[in-house]
Write a new protein. Structure first.
Length: 397
């Protein structure tokens, strides 16, 4: 388990004051980053007096916002001497303060980069090929910008509604093993919403665990766990871009906004080195070849032809520890129940992950004609040459 996710209950004597601090933080969620960017804009326009006044108010409202404190200090210093960079401290302090100053400069650069390089209007991350109405929101994390993007699934499609600065693992992305201080990359889902009263102060306003390792991670032999989206301690507004043991960390006001919005189990979380934003029409076009394979599997299962159905499954198939041979009797039992009736795939969601392999994460309700409901299933498909094969299938609801 990641050190960031060592969840132990707080001593009873600490619960009350910490909760009070968290309540104040949540109530004080007033877009601190936007205010900081406004100060930067005033500085760029040489409006130092106005910038100083706004910086003074910002640090009063958020005394633990270290980057804001640093900018405020620069503005104060600029009244008596030239300031050449963010955190231009006097020479005697420079060496001792260098590690912290470099981290704050990195944070400043990441915040500015993400706000200068906005996603194209109407675009969505390329991994979200199709989401059902049950997926009310989706999360995409771009490590190259230290940014979490929150999207809402509207009748007109996915729409970006908010984005937040985040910190990731000290060693970057691509988690492979327990304790490697890396954040995983891939397609995940929020599995629960942990009660902040059960967590140590370190996790701030709460935590949203994700399902690392997922099916693809397990297939690749990856280890570790306890990867959460969580907040910061009461005395820390944000952390440097690379600062966690593997979790994704947000400022407490941002985390609270996320917790109030997303739903457990149905909210996908994509974590990528760099997001590719595409138009909805491009996403639909890219999903069509796979949808043809999915429809062919659906038709084969509806026909009840066992050999034809098995042709869609990879030899490396594994369903919760069962090999394809061990799982085949359960599949045969399903076909016997279908008895040649058509099956429908309701609330279909398609999420694509491409690295050394091309993978599709498919979620749907499987309903047989003549019945009103059916199990909710999740499949993982991998592209092998021109064919798509299923390497995992399981019931999730």
């Amino acid at each position: 388990m990641s050190t960031d996710a060592s969840a132990r209950k707080k001593p009873a004597t600490k619960a009350k004051p910490v909760a009070t601090v968290k309540q104040k933080q949540a109530a004080n969620a007033d877009l601190a980053e936007a205010r900081l960017m406004g100060i930067y804009q005033l500085m760029a326009k040489a409006q130092g007096r106005e910038a100083l006044a706004q910086a003074e108010q910002l640090v009063k409202d958020h005394p633990h916002f270290q980057l804001a404190q640093l900018v405020y200090g620069d503005l104060l210093a600029a009244r008596t001497r030239p300031v050449r960079m963010v955190g231009d401290v006097p020479e005697p302090m420079r060496k001792a303060a260098a590690p912290v100053l470099n981290q704050l400069r990195d944070e400043s650069q990441m915040r500015l980069k993400a706000l200068r390089e906005r996603p194209p209007s109407g675009a969505l991350p390329s991994q979200f090929l199709a989401l059902s109405a049950r997926n009310k929101h989706a999360i995409a994390i771009d490590a190259s910008r230290s940014r979490l993007y929150l999207l809402e699934n509207r009748p007109t499609g996915l729409t970006l509604i908010a984005d937040y600065y985040v910190s990731i693992g000290k060693s970057g992305l691509s988690k492979n093993a327990e304790g490697d201080l890396r954040t995983p990359m891939g397609v995940y889902f929020i599995t629960s919403n942990l009660d902040p009263k059960s967590l140590k102060d370190f996790y701030g306003s709460g935590a949203l665990p994700i399902n690392y390792p997922n099916v693809l991670d397990n297939l690749r032999g990856k280890t570790g766990g306890g990867i959460w989206l969580h907040g910061t301690p009461p005395g820390q507004f944000s952390r440097p871009p690379l600062a966690t043991d593997g979790c994704v960390v947000l400022a407490n006001p941002d985390l609270m906004a996320l917790i109030r919005t997303v739903e457990v189990r149905t909210t996908p979380v994509v974590i990528s080195q760099s997001l590719k934003w595409v138009t909805p029409s491009t996403a639909r076009s890219e999903s069509k070849p796979f949808e043809q394979a999915l429809t062919a599997w659906q038709n084969a299962k509806s026909s009840g032809n066992m050999n034809q159905v098995l042709s869609f499954y990879s030899p490396s198939f594994n369903s919760n520890g069962k090999s394809l041979t061990e799982w085949t009797p359960a599949l045969r039992s399903e076909l016997n129940k279908v008895q040649g009736r058509a099956i429908q795939l309701k609330d279909l969601s398609l999420l694509r992950w491409t690295d050394s392999a091309d993978t599709m994460v498919v979620t749907f309700g499987e309903v047989t004609d003549g019945t009103r409901t059916g199990p909710t299933k999740r499949q993982y498909w991998v592209r092998q040459g021109s064919d798509w094969k299923i390497f995992y299938e399981g019931v999730i609801g």
